[in-house]
Structure formats: structure tokens, C-alpha cells
Write a protein that binds this ligand. Structure first.
Ligand SMILES: NC(=O)N[C@@H](CC(=O)O)C(=O)O
Ligand SMILES: [Zn+2]
Ligand SMILES: [Zn+2]
Length: 398
């Protein structure tokens, strides 16, 4: 059913074959056996601990994560806490996290869901609405646990119905207060006008909202979340390093829009912004593997119960927390840029947010492992990205 990373294995554990599709092309062009460990060339930050099979990197953080709540929170939080030090936790719950008090309470429930001895730190965010007040921003900053404010254009994505309808008309006092507190604005960058083609929504958002916003407020820190197009890459590169940055998901680095329809409708590859053409995927891969400090890891891991994905009106969101690091490592390896992986996973994010880098390390071992078919919890099952397939960079604690 899915394209198989398994065929990439250099260790003889081949379990399937790819004959067509984006991953096949991706592999066919530059397989690891064709360019073995090209990424080790010029290696300086990533330590090779045992002949070419193991990387030791500073513990990564996830700068865009959906942890949900209730039973689902309890199921997913250990997956992120296992390898990531911190995560920017998205506020699009039902009801959304619009106040400091709600964010503080949500943080408590995340901490309760952590495995014993975990030192994973949730970095909370506020959900921006038309009626968010500047006072709320001040309270958020003073709380010491809220690190950003999230802009969802109303109707753009999952649980965005309470989002912003008119940023320039309704939110300027709040944005000005955020500048005072050096609080970043995180953006789901898509317009919602139904007349705009879904594949153009990011590009139109950049021209109609984002570019005017950064021109009006050059002091505002902005993260364009989960970028999907070469237009976003060009925009980010035209902006000042240190004020505008972007997160990039695993899926937008390895899948293109063919993956939505390959052999039939593939609901588990559906997320927003929707997957784009191959040329866009390639532009994003080049951007993140270039070593630019403006890109950092944000999985956008977004679990939805299986029945809500496999139905007549499926939810947008891909559950990738268990596979994200393996996929990022593969992408950097394929690009011959393993020496730049650690900055993307572990340095650029904290540097942008003005936070210390993690001090502990994790290992990534080039060894085959199979992704579980699904994860069960009290209310159902979650199907992860690349369910049942083989991946070949296995993260573990040092
Ligand atoms: N990315 C998605 O497709 N879905 C996210 C929302 C979001 O990040 O836009 C979700 O919360 O399910
Ligand atoms: Zn989003
Ligand atoms: Zn998201």
C-alpha cells in the first residue's frame, strides 16, 4: 500500500520493492548504495562513533507538535519525549488554548502524561483569535511557560474555526505587544478563500499576508510553519536571518502530491498544507540541507484516530513522531549533507527562539527497523506515517 523505504536498506533486509512514485524516484536518483555516506564528507559537528554506522547528535527539539489531550495525549507524548528534549506544543485543541490559564493547565496535563524520569519540556503556545488582548500576551510572557503565539487563519486547518478572520484589521495591538516581549508569531501560512486553488494557498498567503506583515513589522519574529513550496523557500531566503524562519516536516521532504493518490486514495498521506509537486519537494530538500540557519525541525506530528482518517471526509494530519528522526536523517544522507543534520535538528531552533541548546545527546544508528502498523489507545488506533514499512536510521539514547 505504501511506498517502501525498506528497499533503501544496505544491510540485506529488503522487504519490498519500489517501481514507481516519488519515493522510488527519490531513491532511484541517489540511493545510499550509490552514494554511500556521502554526507560524512566535511563532517565536523556530527560525531561518528563507530565505523560509519552511528551518529551521535545533540538531542533534537520539535518546534511544531500536536500532542492533543485526554487518552490520546497519554499515548503520543511518550513517543515525542523519547528522543526530543523540548517541543513547541500547538494550541488547536477543542476548545483552543486561547488564554495563559488554559496553557498552564494544558502544560500540567502534558507533564502528567510523561514517562517517569523524562525531562521532556513542553513549550506552550497561545491560539490567536480576533479578540485576543494585548494583556493576554503580557500574561503569557510573564507565565514563563508560553513561548509563542499561533496564527491559524479561520478555517485553514484542523480546529482553526476560532482562528483569525482579519489579521490586519483585528490583531495589530496584539502583534505590537508581541514585539515588545520578543514573542514569536507562528503561522499556518495558507489563505482560506475557497476560490484559491488548494495547491496555491501557501503562495497566495505569502504575497497577501506574510510579506506585508514582515514589511510592516520588521521587528516581529515569525516562523512560517510546515513550508511546502519553492515560493516559501524564496520568501524565507529574502528575509532577515534571526527574524524569519521556517519549520519543515518529514512528509514534505519525502512525499509529493502523487503520494496522495498512489494506487488509490491514501488518507494517511493527507495533511495541510497539502503535499505539493515534486519540484517543490526538491526545493525544500535543498533549502534544509543547505546549512541555512533559517530552517529547523518541526514534525507537525498530528494524530487523528484511524476512523477519522479512513472515512468519507478524512481529517488532515499525519502522525509522524515515531518516524520523524529516521526520515530526516535519510533526507540529509541522500543529499550528502549528514554533517548539517545536527544544526537542523538541534541548533537552529533554540538559536532562533533564544533558548539554550540541549546538552544531552542521542544516537542514530543505521540499522533496519520496522514501523508499527498502528498504536492503540483507549479510544481507538493511530496509524503512523510509513506504517509497517522498514526505515533505516534508528534513534536511541546514548
Ligand atoms: N497539519 C495538519 O494537517 N493538521 C494539523 C493542523 C495543522 O498543523 O495545520 C492538526 O492539528 O491535525
Ligand atoms: Zn498548520
Ligand atoms: Zn500542525
Amino acid at each position: 500500500m505504501y511506498t517502501l523505504f525498506g528497499s533503501l536498506l544496505t544491510c540485506g533486509a529488503m522487504i519490498g520493492s519500489i517501481t514507481s512514485g516519488p519515493i522510488a524516484d527519490f531513491i532511484g536518483r541517489k540511493g545510499p548504495s550509490a552514494v554511500p555516506f556521502a554526507g560524512l564528507k566535511g563532517f565536523n559537528q556530527v560525531k561518528v562513533t563507530s565505523a560509519k554506522m552511528e551518529l551521535s547528535i545533540t538531542r533534537p527539539d520539535d518546534w511544531h507538535l500536536h500532542l492533543r489531550d485526554g487518552n490520546l495525549l497519554e499515548m503520543v507524548v511518550p513517543h515525542s519525549a523519547q528522543h526530543f528534549g523540548r517541543a513547541i506544543v500547538m494550541p488547536n485543541l477543542k476548545p483552543p488554548i486561547t488564554t495563559t490559564a488554559a496553557a498552564v493547565a494544558y502544560r500540567e496535563s502534558i507533564l502528567k502524561g510523561l514517562p517517569a524520569n523524562s525531562d521532556f519540556t513542553p513549550l506552550m503556545t497561545l491560539y490567536l483569535t480576533d479578540s485576543t488582548s494585548p494583556t493576554e500576551i503580557k500574561l503569557a510572557r510573564e507565565s514563563g511557560v508560553i513561548y509563542a503565539v499561533k496564527l491559524y487563519p479561520a478555517g485553514a486547518t484542523t480546529n482553526s474555526q476560532d482562528g483569525v478572520t482579519d489579521l490586519f484589521g483585528k490583531c495589530l495591538p496584539v502583534l505590537e505587544e508581541m514585539i515588545k516581549h520578543n514573542m514569536p508569531l507562528l503561522v499556518h501560512g495558507e489563505v482560506t478563500n475557497p476560490e484559491v486553488d488548494i495547491f496555491d494557498r501557501e503562495k497566495v498567503f505569502i504575497e497577501t499576508v506574510l510579506r506585508p506583515l514582515v514589511q510592516k513589522y520588521p521587528q516581529l519574529k515569525v516562523v512560517m510553519e510546515h513550508i511546502t513550496t519553492m515560493d516559501a523557500v524564496k520568501f524565507i531566503e529574502s528575509c532577515t536571518e534571526g527574524s524569519i524562519a521556517a519549520t519543515v516536516t518529514p512528509q514534505h521532504l519525502v512525499l509529493n502530491r502523487n503520494s496522495l493518490f498512489q494506487g488509490g486514495l491514501q488518507p494517511h498521506n493527507y495533511c495541510l498544507p497539502v503535499l505539493k509537486r515534486e519540484i517543490h519537494r526538491q526545493a525544500i530538500v535543498s533549502a534544509v540541507t543547505s546549512g541555512s540557519k533559517q530552517y529547523f525541525l518541526g514534525t507537525d506530528s498530528a494524530p487523528h484516530e484511524r476512523q477519522k482518517k479512513e472515512c468519507s471526509c478524512g481529517c488532515a494530519g499525519i502522525y509522524n513522531a515515531p518516524v520523524a528522526l529516521s526520515i530526516y536523517a535519510k533526507v540529509f544522507e541522500e543529499a550528502g549533507a549528514l554533517d548539517k543534520l545536527e544544526a537542523f535538528t538541534s541548533f537552529n531552533g533554540p538559536d532562533f527562539y533564544g533558548l539554550p541548546r540541549n546538552t544531552s545527546k542521542i544516537k542514530l544508528r543505521k540499522t533496519p527497523w520496522r514501523v508499527p502498523e498502528s498504536f492503540s489507545y483507549a479510544a481507538g488506533h493511530i496509524v503512523p506515517m510509513f506504517a509497517g514499512e522498514m526505515l533505516d536510521w534508528l534513534p536511541s539514547d546514548v
